[in-house]
Design a protein around this ligand. Sequence first.
Ligand SMILES: NCCCCC[C@@H](C[SeH])C(=O)O
Ligand SMILES: [Zn+2]
Ligand SMILES: [Zn+2]
Length: 307
Amino acid sequence: SGGVFYERYHSLEDIYYWINKTKQDHSDMVKVILIGSSSEKRPLYVLKLSGRRDEVKRAMWIDCGIHAREWIAPAFCMWFVNYALAFYNQNTEITEILNNMDVYILTVMNPDGYKYTWTTDRMWRKNRSSNKDSDCFGADLNRNFDANWCTKGASDNPCDPTYCGQFPESEPETQAVARFLRSHKDTVKLYLSIHSYSQMLLFPYSCSYDEIPNHNELFEVVKEASTKIRRYYRNNYKYGPGAKTIYLAPGGSDDWAYNFGIKYSFTFELQDRGRYGFLLPPSFIPQACNEALLATKIIALHVIKKL
Ligand SMILES: NCCCCC[C@@H](C[SeH])C(=O)O
Ligand SMILES: [Zn+2]
Ligand SMILES: [Zn+2]
């Protein structure tokens, strides 16, 4: 259901309208939580999806749009919400997921940057905070978390796309996410951060080449997801620990979430592999989102089995 609406990219205003409409149309399964605001004072709304069973004690988290130019990410968060609401009690996997875990979805983690890509610079990545002693704006929110902050793989130059910020959690968007996850420490068991592009399913660490204790378990999970994506959608996703599979990237949300205690923590790089890159045409949205949905189901069902 929802058809062509979910096969398009949407402006920030349309997404805010969609958040409110989704809550109104599905008040039995959807709550909206304001977790903070951006540096330009835009609200950060989390959608909480719950099955119709009594209070479940666990949850999973999905954030999209941490990087402004990666438009397929917010498109996936919207695709996921629509799918979950439309197929709960019809599709066995999504029913199993929602009956065991609430799902917190931050559709646009970086609204100021997202807006900026619609009005000014389509290739913008960072948020839009101002930096003292510099004419350059923005910090890379995926280098601003407290995990080997601002070491190799980030920049301390405010003009660089991977600028780490003035200190860990210096950015209001980072603060809002970290604060929410801290206040839900005992219930959130799975962390997913959605990005593009290069078609990869990554897990910690990206901030170092160290191997996490449950490396083998997470490796098997993303390997299964990659295998299923190849089988059902004939598309190839690389998988593995971030540092080795893509590049060193300190201060990332997934590494911080993992060290904080969320032992199932992943970063998805969605389509494509570079032909269109961040400018993925809308006609690719359904397949890109279905590939991400399949990976999300496989990972979530694995976590539920281990609870
Ligand atoms: N937490 C770092 C995961 C690996 C790098 C992910 C990419 C997504 Se555009 C990046 O933040 O550079
Ligand atoms: Zn990204
Ligand atoms: Zn990326």
